[in-house]
Write a protein that binds this ligand. Structure first.
Ligand SMILES: Nc1nc2c(ncn2[C@@H]2O[C@H](COP(=O)(O)OP(=O)(O)O)[C@@H](O)[C@H]2O)c(=O)[nH]1
Ligand SMILES: [Mg+2]
Length: 288
């Protein structure tokens, strides 16, 4: 999956795998690294590579640059490429840049016009036409990743393109992301959803400890690292109200995913230069 930020790539991966493997928010750049979603269709295992959106990284923005690099690397050595475009808000500039980057690849590219629920039919047709004039797509599909409209057709199409071979993952596995990392991602998603504007970009979440009790309950401690004291105040909120809201939302979702009771402790720490430290990059498989 490749596409501009916010096109709906992660939503689509979650829909196709039938479970949450990648976090989603209305903000751009929610996905920071390559995430694998593993789906079965008929007798075929299809491994979906969710990538961060492609955008123009700012000068001196090490994290942004690493994110975009990881997105392009995500589509190397794949059997098919799906370009996801938000049909309601095409971000033509980014989409054009992506098409330019794709033009050097031999892999067939499927165009998936997403968010059909929000776009007018005639606009969809015009968009499909102009994009097909700009690039030689192998197929064009209209989908709604949110409710799954058209995603079955996409799965069937992918199935045909997969080469024969042994399954690369156990049939019941949905992601290559370790639970500890996924748990941190869930909390980061809630921070993205609840915090305003730019703030979520300046923070990261790390799982510090993970303990299973005899009764099956999980105790998870996580650290939210932020670059500034002022940010910490906002994350905590008045009388700790914000962190409580975020913690509750994350805990509820973790309980659903882990299928057990979860005790979640969140700590907010200020570490001015966390973004400059290698360890926070390598944890995500990102390269500085
Ligand atoms: N209305 C509508 N919203 C969608 C659809 N697919 C994704 N979204 C929303 O678009 C936003 C960005 O989605 P996300 O999957 O994080 O995009 P990504 O950045 O490409 O991974 C989220 O708020 C999603 O709920 C869709 O088919 N219809
Ligand atoms: Mg995403």
């Amino acid at each position: 999956m490749i596409g501009a930020p916010n096109a709906g790539k992660s939503t689509l991966v979650n829909k196709l795998t039938g479970t949450k493997v990648s976090i989603v928010s209305p903000k751009v750049q929610t996905t920071r690294t390559r995430v694998l979603g593993i789906m079965m269709h008929q007798n075929t295992q299809i491994i979906l590579v969710d990538t961060p959106g492609i955008f123009n990284p700012g000068e001196n923005r090490t994290l942004e640059k690493a994110i975009v690099k990881s997105a392009w690397e995500g589509i190397e050595n794949t059997d098919a490429i799906i370009l996801v475009v938000d049909a309601a808000r095409t971000r033509m500039k980014e989409t054009k840049d992506i098409l330019e980057g794709l033009s050097q690849k031999k892999t067939p590219v499927i165009l998936a016009l997403n968010k059909t629920d929000k776009a007018k039919k005639e606009d969809l047709m015009t968009l499909a036409k102009s994009l097909n004039e700009a690039y030689n797509f192998s197929e064009t599909l209209m989908i709604c990743a949110l409710d799954g409209d058209g995603t079955g057709d996409l799965a069937a199409l992918l199935e045909q393109q997969m080469p024969e071979g042994p399954f690369l993952f156990p049939e019941d596995q949905a992601s290559d992301m370790p639970e500890i990392l996924l748990a941190a991602e869930i909390t980061r998603e809630k921070l993205f959803i609840h915090l305003k504007e730019e703030l979520p970009y300046a923070l990261t979440v790390e799982t510090e400890s993970w303990k299973r009790f005899d009764n099956g309950d999980l105790k998870i401690s996580q650290i939210i690292l932020t670059a500034r004291e002022a940010h910490k105040k906002i994350i905590l909120g008045k009388g700790g109200a914000m962190i409580k809201k975020i913690g509750t939302a994350a805990r509820q979702e973790l309980e659903e995913i882990m299928e057990c009771k979860v005790h979640l402790n969140l700590f907010v720490k200020v570490r001015e230069n966390w973004m400059e430290k290698d360890e926070h990059f390598s944890l995500w498989g990102l390269e500085r």
